[in-house]
Every structure is written in C-alpha cells, then in structure tokens.
Design a binder for this molecule. Structure first.
Ligand code: FAD
Length: 324
C-alpha cells in the first residue's frame, strides 16, 4: 500500500519518498505550552518549523534542492535541544556559589553540545503543585561548545514562583529545557570597545560575551565591565572574572551597594562601595571615541531602563546598544 500525505498542495508519496524526505517536525504537546506568554511561544516556533519543512519538501519535489539525507539540523533545530519542544536533561550536580545562587550542571547525552551562540538563553519548564506548567529563561554559563554538559547559575528568590520549585531539585532529576533563543550577534573586531553593564544574575550573558571575545586571539576589542552586586558574598563568578582581568583587553569594576566590610576586596580587584550611577556609565563611555563603542546591558528592568537612558543622553545609535 502506498501512503499519500497531503499538506496544502504538497503531495508526498511517503512509501516512495520516505528515505528522501526530512522528518516532519513534532507538534508540541498541549502541556508544552505554559500559557504564560513566553516569547517565543512553542506554538509559534512549531508553525515556523512546519513552514520551513513544507518549503523544503516543495523544493525537493521540484528539484531545486537535492539532498541525500536529512538530520533535524536541516530544518533548523539544534541537535540536543529544540526551540519548540522540551527535552529532559539530567541534573548531575548542584553547587551553592553565593548566599542565594546555585550552579546547576546538566548532562547532555552522547557527549553532545547545546550549540549555543554567544549571548543565547534557554527556557526551563516545571510543573507547579496545582498541576499548571511554569517556565522561565536562564542563560548557560558553560563554554558555548562545551560537550557532555551545560551549566546555569540560578538565583533563588524567597517568593519566586519558579524559585520555589527549583529549590526542590535533586541530583538525578530530569529537567525540561528548550531553546536556544536570543538575537544578540557578534563578530570579531567590529567595534573597538565594549562597555558591559550588569547587575546580579545579569552577569550570565555578559560573561559569555567576555569569554567569547577573550578566547579569540585575533580579537582586539577592549572590554570594560561594570558589575553591580549587593555585597561581596553575592558576587556571581567572582574568581572567574578576576582571572579574566589577566587579559590585556579586559577591565572591570565591582559596585557593591550594601557592603560594610571594606577589607573584603581581593588583590587586583577594583571595587566601589556604592550603586552604579548613570554618570559612572557616561564617564566610562566617554573615555574613548563614541564611534566604535558598544554598550551591552543586563540587569533588572529598572536598571536596564536607566542604562538605556544614559545611552540616549550620549546619542549612541540603537545599533550600538544591546539589552539582553
Ligand atoms: C533572557 C533572560 C535570561 C535570564 N537568565 C537568568 C539566569 O541565567 N539566571 C537567573 O537566575 N535568572 C535569569 N533570568 C531571570 C529568570 O528567568 C527568572 O525571572 C527568575 O529566576 C525569577 O523567577 P521566579 O519565578 O523565581 O520569580 P518570580 O515569581 O517571577 O518573581 C518573584 C520576585 O522576584 C523579583 N524578581 C524576579 N526576577 C528578578 C530579577 N531578575 N532581578 C530582580 N528581581 C527579580 C520579582 O520582582 C518578584 O518580586 C533570565 C531572564 C531573562 C529574560
């Protein structure tokens, strides 16, 4: 028997063409959508993948594309994590790194990689006690080409809805993730200087960018990080950032808004015992030519708004400013 599948004008002889056609993307399950307005929603992503798949089938049938075999990559999905459907990853370790933040490591089967691009994040979905799904975004801090595992740093909020569920995670649990997402793009030496302004867990995408630039010996971009935390004990990735200041092109200053121990500073650390002000950011930006400077921002909503206003006061172009 020959199965014929009809998709809006595409007639696919499944029996005859099975080996020659890419797999149709899987539709998300009703439980994959948490109904809380994620951007992008699993259903939008599925529609996009389905359109891409239909187009590919059309091209194959009219001969404008010739392919011997297909993997999921052919229709735009990453190998181990997918934007429109959740995949379960095993939690393999939990490490407390500040008073309220933890480093969670997950196993990627078959020594696989998430294949993230710099600055991208992923979304986790958990099920609340009332049976309803809840999802939140997190930015991996592991190397983007790390194989076999990925890591996220998550700050747990006392009354946070997701935080309450994450607190219950145990090593061995299988946790749902989808992604990657994010529109940030970067190419080496496309600007002379990057000012990175972050607060709290907002360090995660900024850290990705810093390591990405520093790992490229041919990239001569200079980076200045202004990082706001409440106190020494709440600084995320403190030692890692200090190590990176050994590079000729990376400079940073911690801004601590609620620290009484002025002696807690480590050798070679720059620390200001106050909040970051708009003037701090303006002064830093104006230290070199505005053309060729980029401003990257990641913090709370109000923090981001203040920093964007700074950039407007200095007439930075929209293309020079990116908010994660
Ligand atoms: C693109 C993106 C990447 C992110 N990456 C990370 C990451 O790597 N690590 C991480 O820990 N979080 C990250 N977040 C934030 C994360 O998605 C959640 O918002 C956070 O974990 C709080 O969720 P919750 O349900 O526990 O708290 P909610 O129930 O949503 O909020 C509880 C309380 O905490 C406050 N709150 C919530 N989020 C923040 C915040 N970010 N800063 C200050 N106050 C806040 C709220 O105002 C509220 O009072 C990211 C967010 C985005 C948009």
């Amino acid at each position: 028997m020959v199965n014929v599948m009809s998709l809006e004008g595409i007639h696919v002889d499944v029996h005859a063409d099975a080996a020659a056609l890419p797999p149709c993307p899987d539709a998300p399950l009703p439980s994959d959508c948490c109904g809380s307005g994620c951007s992008p929603c699993v259903h939008d992503l599925y529609q996009k993948d389905l359109e891409d798949w239909k187009q590919l089938c059309r091209n194959l049938r009219d001969g404008s594309v010739i392919c011997d075999s297909f993997s999921n990559d052919t229709i735009g999905s990453a190998r181990h994590i997918f934007p429109h459907k959740y995949t379960a990853f095993q939690l393999i370790s939990i490490e407390k790194i500040t008073t309220d933040s933890y480093l969670y490591s997950f196993k990627i089967d078959n020594n696989g990689s998430l294949n993230l691009k710099v600055g991208q994040h992923i979304i986790s979905q958990l099920i609340r006690d009332d049976g309803k799904p809840i999802s939140r975004q997190y930015t991996p801090v592991s190397e983007m080409d790390a194989v076999g595992r990925f890591e996220v740093i998550i700050k747990l909020y006392e009354n946070g809805r997701m935080s309450q569920l994450i607190k219950k995670w145990k090593v061995g649990d299988m946790i749902l993730w989808r992604g990657p997402f994010g529109t940030f793009s970067y190419s080496r030496n496309t600007c002379k200087r990057i000012i990175l302004v972050g607060a709290g867990t907002g360090i995660a995408p900024l850290y990705q960018v810093i390591r990405f630039v520093l790992s490229d010996g041919d990239d001569e971009t200079q980076m200045n990080l202004m990082y706001a935390s409440r106190s020494f004990s709440e600084i995320i990735l403190r030692n890692e950032l200090l190590d990176l200041t050994n590079y000729w092109n990376f400079f940073m200053c911690h801004y601590l808004s609620n620290e009484s121990n002025r002696l807690g500073k480590k050798y070679r650390e720059n620390v200001e015992f106050r909040k970051i002000t708009k003037d701090d950011v303006k002064n830093e930006i104006q230290k070199s030519c505005l053309v060729g400077t980029k401003l990257l921002i990641c913090g709370t909503k109000s923090f981001n708004k203040d920093m964007i206003n700074c950039s407007r006061d200095l007439d930075l172009l929209e293309s020079q400013v990116f908010t994660f």
